[in-house]
Ligand binder design. Sequence first.
Ligand code: ATP
Ligand code: MG
Length: 886
Amino acid sequence: MRTAEIKRRYLAHFEANGHTVVPSAPLPAVDDPNLLFINAGMVQFVPFFLGQRTPPYSRATSVQKCIRTPDIDEVGKTSRHGTFFQMNGNFSFGDYFKEGAIKLAWELSTNPVDKGGFGLDPERIWATVYLDDDEAIDIWRRTGLPAERIVRRGKKDNFWSMGIPGPAGPCSELYYDRGGAYGKEGGPEVDEDRYLEYWNLVFMQHEITNVKSKEIFDIVGDLPNKNIDTGMGLERIASMLQGVDNLYEIDEVKPILAKAAELTGKRYGQAVSHIAAESHPDDVRLRVIADHVRTALMVISDGVIPSNEGRGYVLRRILRRAIRSMRLLGWQEGPSLPLLLPIARDCMAPSYPEVAAEYDRISQYAYGEEERFLATLSAGTTILDLAVTDTKAKGGKVLAGDKAFQLHDTYGFPIDLTLEIAAEQGLRVDEDGFRRLMAEQKANAKADAQARKTGHADLSVYRAALEQGGPVEFTGYREVSRETRVRSLLGAPVAGEGEEISIVLDATPFYAESGGQLADLGVITFGGGKVEVLDVQSPLPGLVVHRAKVLAGEVRAGDTAFAEIDVDRRRAVSRAHTATHLIHQTMRNFLGESATQAGSLNAPGRLRFDFNTPSAVPASVLHDVEQQVNEVLLRDLLVHAFITSQEEARKLGAMALFGEKYGDEVRVVEVGDYARELCGGTHVERSSQLGLVKILSEASVGSGVRRVEALVGLDAFGHLAREHVLVSRLAELFRVPGDQVADRVEQTVAQLRDAERELEKLRTQLVLSGAAGLADSARDVRGVALVATEAPEGTSANEVRTLVQEIRGRIPAERPAVVAVTSRAGGKASLVVAVNAAGKSRGLSAGALVKGALSGRGGGNADLAQGGGVPAAEAPNLLLAVEKAL
Ligand code: ATP
Ligand code: MG
């Protein structure tokens, strides 16, 4: 039975029994800060189980995409662990309980295939239950399982909780006996590969507190509403129903494995037994490749891109592990993903059409990552090989931590790869040392950033200021100045003229730097003094700190104050911020939804916008983006900000940064009907106030992230005006109309290049014209024709070499001949020597003569050699040395 059919039957069975079919949530677990990826079907229903929200149905069923990163090391070694897998599940929210769950699971497992079931042999099914869950045992007995195939197990295996106070309960797992060929007899406690767990039924019935660990807690009572959560591994049951040994051999995975085997020339299935633990290492690698390529496809499809952190790092590791496994199997032909990933796509597209529809985007990220990794590999491997050889030569067994760190830091060489390569060479790596260096680097970077921003490393000062008067009100959305009061001065009770001080006000129109928008600057005046605001930061949510310099008088806590921002600067920054929103939206219009913001800077009149996209944006697209943005300005759209609920904002389609956490209320900024985005920044009132947006450049700032820089308003105009002046001046100099300047420059450059070449030719001719005369002047030195001379000042090294060979060619071949020419340049002398065939038969060698004259330095062969680097005045001595050596 094909995997897609198993999935269909599962959902159909539960739908027929009153369950609402709920689609899978995307793989990234955006609502849970402790989880990178969804790892079970119940995750999207957690708020229902915790009673935080009321479910719109009392029974649900789903097939959830899951990633379990902790299982990555099991892949290929057991028969049943994938990094990506699909979990079929049925859920009851205060509806049916144990009896219902067991009955529904039993029916689907054992109903004959022609009646819509899976047709499993009831005689081979085993169940485990929690130690004292007699109720479950009783139900199983009544359902038809004999006592000897019901096993009691402890908390570790058969009690479910989330590791926090809240709902918990016993579980009951279903196992299928794959038969004697798969391992030892005796039930799941003896062999979990032979007895394959395919379904876990969780009976949420208790409430727990005092949770010390997964196994140590107190049960406080029973839940008013008992729930059911089940999970059946789709791949596991597919391996059973397809009669294959493991989940890497099912229809959705095996073709990738087969392709990898074909490419590397390996024969899969070399072990004689069915037992996973006895597999040939090559088979394990092929399974890893198949699993990881499929996982990468699904992960990228759900919007994750390779990076050095969080989900992106998991993806990077998975991709790199697959690529490297291919290499370990002998693949050396360059990129392998372009051959493997399309197979994964064809396997998964029947169930997930989006992997085919978006294959261009998905494959660009995957292929790009492989290219980068191959480059990293070739640079890093050389360095690592040297370090390994070095360590071994010194009799060491441990590769130094700073080596591993350097490889990571300079070459982006992942530590797991260093570990793997070192292990292959019989070395360990000082991992502790490596981690210490990594931690140091991280801490330094953090402290640096903190110190730069706030000038204070200690947050307790800020906490005190916040507690003193509650959150500081930011009034700058609607006003540019305001009457207020100094709540506190940080670090000193009073500040006098010339001093720098940090001021907290009760309320402020000053915008603190955040979300890429630079801080407002301005002045604050008091009864007795005045300060200039140099920077504004928000070191804690709700706290605004003005870093200021006292211009006159004194400032003290409790003073009334008048705060006034620099309006021109604010306007110029706001223009940049609104422009950023427009560029963001327009990029998405042209490059697709995945071109999301990855960072930004909004400064007066200029902006930087980083976004995710796999490759360079073509100049023509950039031009179109710029054009469209400027068209939007002319439409004079109203810019409007409002507060709404998170759900409402989502419904409106407001762009929110991927994985970002917001509270319940969010602020949405919209530019007419063109762009809508969650944003806390300040903006212009109408799009026409931007005047003009000019994109200056587009470049890469790391893997899969591009950056555009742009000017806005008068700064954009100023830039264009300056360029215009430049073009006019060039046009004048070249005496052509402005639009022909480029052609003319190109022409002129080409002419210059031709002229240079011509000149070079003439000079060579000139030098060579002396060759005949010099050949005639050869002196006989102990039976050898010697020409020893100095080239005219300014002769290039190339020319000297040509000259030497030219002279040699003009001496009759039967005479043994040596030609030695020196030249001077930059205060140094060099020497070129040539020997002809007859000379070589006499045992003369150009290389030896040069080395002799230059005491060992220089290079070449018996025919022609050169050397230099001695003071220019030595030139005549070099010639004498050659002569003496004959
Ligand atoms: P195991 O002990 O075999 O690792 P588990 O106890 O971690 O399994 P559960 O957390 O109960 O599994 O998940 C429910 C079901 O999901 C399991 O019964 C199994 O069928 C499936 N499953 C769990 N982990 C994986 C995996 N890494 N690959 C494929 N299927 C899995
Ligand atoms: Mg597990």
